[in-house]
Design a protein around this ligand. Structure first.
Ligand code: CO
Length: 297
């Protein structure tokens, strides 16, 4: 990896880690999810980064892809498992970090961090997807807990936030081997017993897929923003209200979705409403792996 590229990955990771540190001081029951999202996204920009995706703030049985809408009134309640997944980028080089806040002590959260710690220990050039997945699953089993079996870690690349291969959190046969300089994000989702997520009907997050002809001026404007301003990375519907007349946004998004110009990210929810904790770090593969999203590095 070029030195300049490494520096950008490090900077993106450090920004995410610093945002986490500041948010951990402020987060508490009673805080509105929308205000929390605003704080996280503006801290990211103040520190010289850009959001690589809208911050995901997923409560309890919601695993991922929940970002507050502009009208969201929900607040954090005591005991809520609040998963905060932050993506930052510097010129397209991404830091992907998640942590879970709870006003009470939670074995699920402790387990999620322990899994990451154990997995990071085996990261080096030549490690396979299957080896990483095995450590993740074994650690969780050792704690007597379960995993969301259909969510995975992933690789990262310039302006690519979910590259392949994906890195399952459960044992598999993948012989894919990582090499020096590969960038991976590991993100176990911990539950009391194994579970899986399903799509719910709600979507607030979108991503550019391809140029398609659309009639509405606002739809064309959104597509240009999605392609050029957000660099084909995911964006939130609420971000558009700063630039496009709010009354037109929903209609324009529906038009773009219908013609296949945008990808949607429906909220993912545990099928039996099991509560979930999550932790995530971004790691650059090396003899001594670099955890970009950890402040001590
Ligand atoms: Co991720």
């Amino acid at each position: 990896m070029e030195k300049a590229v490494l520096e950008k990955y490090r900077k993106a990771g450090r920004i995410a880690a610093e945002v986490r540190q500041e948010i951990e001081k402020k987060i508490r029951p009673g805080l509105k999810l929308l205000d929390l999202a605003g704080m996280i996204e503006s801290l990211t920009e103040q520190k010289g980064g850009k959001p690589a995706f809208p911050v995901n703030i997923s409560l309890n049985e919601i695993a991922a892809h929940y970002t507050p809408s502009a009208a969201d009134t929900r607040v954090i309640e005591p005991g809520d498992l609040v998963k905060i997944d932050i993506g930052t980028h510097v010129d397209g080089y991404i830091g992907d970090l998640a942590f879970t806040y709870c006003s009470e002590k939670s074995p699920l959260i402790d387990c999620a961090w322990k899994v990451l710690e154990n997995a990071v220990k085996i990261i080096k050039p030549g490690v396979s997807v299957a080896e990483i997945s095995e450590v993740i699953e074994n650690t969780v089993k050792g704690e007597g807990l379960g995993l969301i079996v259909n969510l995975t870690g992933h690789t990262l690349d310039k302006y690519v936030f979910h590259g392949s291969p994906s890195i399952p959190n459960v044992k598999n046969e993948s012989e894919h081997v990582f090499k020096e300089g590969d960038v991976i994000a590991l993100e176990p989702f911990i539950t009391e017993t194994n579970g899986f997520v399903k799509e719910s009907g709600v979507t607030e997050i979108y991503r550019y897929l391809m140029d398609r002809p659309v009639r509405l001026t606002e739809a064309r404007k959104i597509l240009a923003l999605a392609r050029d301003e957000y660099h084909q990375l995911p964006f939130a519907k609420r971000w558009l209200y700063k630039k496009i007349s709010p009354v037109k946004v929903s209609l324009a998004l529906r038009q773009l979705e219908a013609v296949g110009a945008l990808e949607t990210y429906p909220v993912l929810k545990e099928a039996e409403n099991k509560k979930i904790a999550q932790a995530e770090h971004t790691i650059i593969v090396a003899e001594k792996p670099i955890v970009t999203t950890r402040l001590v590095e």
